[in-house]
Design a protein around this ligand. Structure first.
Ligand code: NDP
Ligand code: 1BO
Length: 316
């Protein structure tokens, strides 16, 4: 398994298990199935509503002596209602309690958007947000740094940050996030962001690498393009005697990004990690390069209200 090394020597596996939309009753089994076939990296978030079950599965493996805590990389994310400086560490402590861990490997600001504390669901009106003056991202970031100093988390980063937002955060705080987790796949190759992050030594994690087809209809566009059925991808899959999902995952890894496909199906969980055994050639990369169409499955529109301040979150 390819690994990426942080400045302090810690390493993260290039392929992790995504857990968004993994239902209660299924997510624990998925984590156990993943650990059994060699995953050592689990991507979680408070808002996924399933961290307690993920924690039980991890705990079972640790208590049986199958794995030690330090064998598994666990990422979680701060939800948008907890951006106030005083709310960050309590939110992190709740996640640690749910996951039954003393320390996280990586904690990310989930979105560069602050919701009113206590808001259930997603914003419907401008008042459901805290403005950038009420909850500046720099303040949230300072609290993340405090959590790291307190030993609650080993690494901190962000998610869904554009180059502009990263630049602003770095200029305002003098601290560089260690990770940016963003949507990334052949239809959204993020070349500029990749170059920027490489220059700043920020790792990139690619989310929704397979097209996130199990999202609720309310956050799906009509006639979304399919990655798994794309002719270039299926053609390359046939050539390598592999599946389309394996090609998409290995493409992400060969571009030096970390990738976190979600599945609750044991066969697909194993299929996805086995993508590490495939090797794409120059022609495969050249063909996939042509697929970029700057298409986002998660376009952020679900968070938009009337105010321009809460629109175009990705600065596209
Ligand atoms: P993915 O692109 O990983 O797609 C998940 C879908 O693909 C599910 O329907 C799954 O079904 C299916 N699938 C999985 N493996 C295969 C396979 N081998 N062949 C065919 N279908 C397959 O979508 P996600 O949006 O879930 O992204 C992955 C992870 O990234 C999330 O779970 C989450 O952890 C993270 N994420 C983070 C975000 C952020 O804002 N930071 C936003 C979105 C995602 P099944 O389960 O039945 O196998
Ligand atoms: C609102 C979607 C979050 C997925 O990480």
């Amino acid at each position: 398994m390819k690994k990426f090394k942080f400045k302090n020597g810690d390493t993260i596996d290039a392929i992790g298990l995504g857990t968004w939309k993994s239902d209660p009753g299924e997510v624990g089994k998925a984590v156990k199935a993943a650990l059994d076939v060699g995953y050592r990296h689990i991507d979680c978030a408070a808002v996924y509503g399933n961290e307690a079950e993920v924690g039980e599965a991890l705990q079972e493996s640790f208590s049986k002596g199958e794995l030690n805590r330090e064998d598994v990389w666990v990422t979680s994310k701060l939800w948008n209602t907890e951006h106030k400086r005083e709310d960050v560490i309590p939110a992190l402590k709740q996640t640690l309690k749910d996951l039954k861990l003393d320390e996280l490997d990586l904690y990310l600001i989930h979105w560069p958007l602050a919701f009113r504390p206590g808001l259930q669901g997603i914003p419907e009106k401008d008042e459901d947000f805290l403005s950038p003056e009420e909850a500046p991202l720099s303040e949230t970031w300072h609290a993340m740094a405090e959590a790291k100093k307190e030993g609650l988390v080993r690494h901190i980063g962000v998610s869904n940050f554009s180059i502009n937002k990263l630049e602003k955060l770095i200029n305002e705080t003098g601290e560089v996030p260690e990770m940016n987790q963003v949507e990334l796949h052949p239809y959204l190759q993020q070349n500029d962001l990749l170059s920027y992050c490489k220059e700043k030594h920020i790792f990139i994690t690619a989310y929704s690498p397979l097209g996130s087809m199990d999202r609720p209809d309310s956050i799906k566009a009509e006639n979304e393009p399919s990655l798994l059925e794309n002719e270039i991808i299926t053609g390359i899959a046939v050539k390598h005697n592999a599946t389309p999902a394996q090609i998409l995952i290995k493409w992400a890894v060969e571009r030096d990004t970390i990738v976190i496909p979600k599945s609750t199906n044991p066969g697909r969980i194993e299929e996805n990690i086995n993508s590490m055994n495939i090797s794409l050639d120059e022609d495969d990369h050249a063909q996939i390069k042509q697929m970029d169409r700057h298409y986002r499955y998660l376009n952020g529109k679900m968070f938009e209200t009337e105010s321009p301040m809460y629109q175009n979150i990705f600065d596209d």
